[in-house]
Design a protein around this ligand. Sequence first.
Ligand SMILES: Nc1nc2c(c(=O)[nH]1)N[C@H]1C(S)=C(S)[C@@H](COP(=O)(O)O)O[C@H]1N2
Ligand SMILES: [Mo]
Length: 423
Amino acid sequence: MSPQDDGTTDEPVNREPPAEQLVQSFLTPSKSHDASGEPEAYDRNHGPIQHIDASTHKVTIRSEQSNLMKSSDVPPEGIDVTLSMDDLRRRFAQHTVTCALQCAGNRRHEVRSRVKEVTGVDWGDGAVMNAAWTGPLLRDILIDQGLNVKSDLKYHDGLHVQMECNATKVQDDEWYGSSVPLGMVMDPEREVVLALDMNGSPLPARHGAPVRAIIPGVIGARSVKWLDTIVISAQESQNHYQQHDYKVLPPEATSPEKAEDLGVWDKTPAMQDNPINSVVALPSHDGDELRRDGNGRVRIAGYAIPQGKGGPVERVQVSIDRGETWKDATVLDDGDENTTHPANKGKERGKFSWVLWEVEIEIDTTTATTTTTTKATNDTIDIWSKATDRAGNTMDEENPKGNWNLRGVGYNAVQGRINIKIV
Ligand SMILES: Nc1nc2c(c(=O)[nH]1)N[C@H]1C(S)=C(S)[C@@H](COP(=O)(O)O)O[C@H]1N2
Ligand SMILES: [Mo]
């Protein structure tokens, strides 16, 4: 990518590949753009893309002792360490986690066009990627620095891990930052890594080189790119993007002004875990034609994402009659074996990974014209999909159009594609 493609603070680079392209590989490639200029994986930036020299870059990790006095989690002398990229690679065991990274605004176009207007980048359903991220576990680094580990993760209640990128100004703040609860980082099941590699190669600049946080199961906004500072604190990050964005505001916040008047930004918790979700990627647009094969069957495919650490997704069901009947889709374990990272070979399906799914449904013309005429127009169908993960999180078929919130974040309606013509 050439520097003129890096975007500016006022006009950062935000783009997504079509979902039908995304579901062609289990691991999302991310190095380049295809001939049409479409990216292979989405880019989400609040400021310009950074090009940082890995040989001089450092990550500083410290604890804010003053407000931690009451906590015995942190050693009395505090934590204050500066690590080079070499330190991150050599001093700690390298861990690979395969996880979906999804912008909280994924599917915003659907909620805006089908439910009610929202504010924010008009994402389709390609603001997501699935990748194998490698680097040290932040948990290991903190333990190495003397942080107490208790089996009861609640022990860390009230403490937060703030992450910062100070390399550039961003649209609404002087730097980019986020935080997650310390208990999440210390949870051995969560696999929070400081990622140096993506899909077996050094992280590309646009995805945060030389190092980014990866918080599996959590909205992309918390996975800070071009990471330079980590602070253990009794406070959440005070950055704009933790405090004044990426929140599921209550429905009475009907406009930005109303949200301010009601003071809901302060009262609403910052989003963390992704909600369970499933997206119909094929057919890829509302109103598309779906061709029946010689046996009268149509193929429908998509991806599904587990909720937080409740994965993996174990079941995906598809309905073409607005929820009256559901058919189980095949959940593809490794999707495309050519692009599956060797580190995952033979392992159980990843807890944080997406799954790709597909289903063939027979539609005889009478079904298309009779069963669906009562619910759709003429010979078109709507396609719904519903995922369920191991923890039992599932999508709400009683509310097929999903929930509205002012920022259009965390949208996970079962209604997928509408007005699909069967030919
Ligand atoms: N430093 C920095 N980190 C960041 C962002 C940013 O603008 N600056 N955007 C966040 C958001 S909102 C998302 S969804 C992901 C996007 O990661 P990607 O650009 O690698 O797709 O990065 C997160 N980390
Ligand atoms: Mo995002």
